[in-house]
Design a protein around this ligand. Structure first.
Ligand code: DSN
Length: 427
């Protein structure tokens, strides 16, 4: 029995659930684009005694005693983050990417200020001004989107419409322009955003929640030094614990720090900050560069294989860790909701997603979003991506036949058995 199991045996109910989830993660395919498998070192730091400590404030300026070691932990995380990304300043306290974004808005904007950000149904995030988010109640968001889809394999469209960004910026005079997305399979070049922001005197925030690991690993261009502020999550392609971080120049450091604490959050999660430090160090290693390149290569292979199954790739392909597919070319009747549910029964975990100008609601959708960050960590390569695309096609073609879906589930389990990121935790 591992020490992990020994400790958990004190609560068999929770232990049982954790084991069930561990088994699910290991025996089914994890293709949610925002998920990954952290290293055992990240898991260990997340489950450490650092969770016991109250540390409101920042290193050297805490409201509670006993923080000399905690200060070293947080300094280490900040130093590793700034070294990894080449930034002047890092705030590693945001509990999530959403908190990081809110803190930046709070630091840089007066209530009611205008912000230009990506449309939710074209790939933007809830905190980019969704009517359901507090962001839209405090600030005035104006949305830009992607260009129309084109029937031209050379220029398929559905890429960020920079003409529209420039026109809206000129007309609306935003205080802040936000780049970044949760469902956009192409590289986001920060430079055109910078030029447009400068042309209207706006600040520029790059939300790198999804590509942070690809940026750290050199597979995508870095917005650090181009944008005024970069926000990110630490748990997606960056492969750290669930959480967020903010990078900025020395000029904005004080404003950003004050906006995170005391502006938005209370006591920082120092166990998670330690785990972020572990992840930043892991991402600085040469092997992480290979990992980032492999994630992109696997997404390209998955996209090509899915297109061969009859799915339309939104924007015609992918440059990053995700593939966004339009189900309607495969089967006009099939919704994202139904596809997600039947694929779940087949052991293929992914999420339904709206596609640009989706005629169906965000709850039903015409698309699926898939990502390769987790299964690349598990060791899968282009050959497995080909197999996965075939299993997805077969499941959806035979979706009314539960025996066929069950057969796929067995094949998925057999495939996953060869790629177990947590073999030691199971033993
Ligand atoms: N839930 C995240 C994602 O899946 O992209 C965004 O918050």
């Amino acid at each position: 029995m591992s020490s992990y199991d020994t400790a958990l045996s004190a609560d068999p109910e929770v232990a049982g659930l954790i084991h069930q989830e561990l088994h699910r993660q290991q025996s089914t395919l994890q293709l949610i684009a925002s998920e990954n498998f952290t290293s055992p070192a990240v898991l260990a730091a997340s489950g450490s005694v650092l969770t016991n400590k109250y540390a409101e404030g920042y290193p050297g300026k805490r409201y509670y005693g006993g923080n000399s070691i905690i200060d070293e932990v947080e300094d280490l995380a900040r130093d590793r983050a700034t070294a990894l990304f080449g930034a002047d300043h890092a705030n590693v306290q945001p509990h999530a990417g959403a908190n990081a974004n809110l803190a930046v808005y709070q630091a840089l904007l007066e209530p009611g200020a205008t912000v230009l950000a990506m449309r939710l149904d074209h790939g933007g995030h809830l905190t980019h001004g969704s009517p359901a988010s507090i962001t839209s109640k405090v600030w005035r968001f104006v949305a830009y989107g992607v260009t129309a889809a084109r029937d031209d394999p050379e220029r398929p469209g559905e890429v960020i419409d920079f003409d529209q960004v420039a026109d809206l910026a000129k007309r609306e005079q935003p205080a802040l322009i936000v780049a970044g997305s949760t469902a956009y399979a192409r590289t986001i070049d920060p430079h055109p955003f910078r030029e447009i922001a400068d042309s209207v005197g706006a600040l520029f925030m790059f939300d790198a929640a999804h590509p942070a690991g690809l940026i750290a690993g050199g597979a995508h261009p870095s917005p650090v030094g181009v944008a005024d502020v970069v926000t990110m999550t630490t748990h997606k392609t960056l492969r750290g614990p669930r959480g967020g971080a903010i990078l900025c120049g020395a000029d904005l450091a004080k404003k950003i720090d004050s906006a995170v604490f005391p502006g938005l959050q209370g006591g920082p999660l120092e166990h998670i900050i330690a785990a972020k430090a572990v992840a930043f160090a892991e991402a600085a290693r040469p092997e992480f560069r290979h990992y980032a390149a492999d994630v992109v290569r696997n997404a390209a292979a998955l996209g090509t294989a899915l297109a061969a199954e009859g799915f339309r790739l939104v924007s015609g392909g992918t440059d990053n860790h995700m593939v966004l597919i339009d189900l309607r070319t495969f089967d006009a009747e099939l919704t994202g909701k139904e596809a997600q549910e039947v694929l779940d029964r087949a052991g293929i975990t992914l999420n339904r997603n709206t596609i640009p100008d989706d005629p169906r609601s965000a709850f039903v959708t015409s698309g699926l979003r898939l990502g390769t960050a987790a299964e690349t960590t598990a060791g899968m390569g282009p050959a497995e991506m080909q197999v996965i695309a075939g299993l997805i096609g077969r499941t959806l073609r035979t979706r009314s036949d539960e025996a066929s879906v069950a057969a796929v589930r067995s094949e998925v389990a057999a495939l996953c058995a060869g790629f177990s990121p947590y073999r030691d935790l199971l033993s």
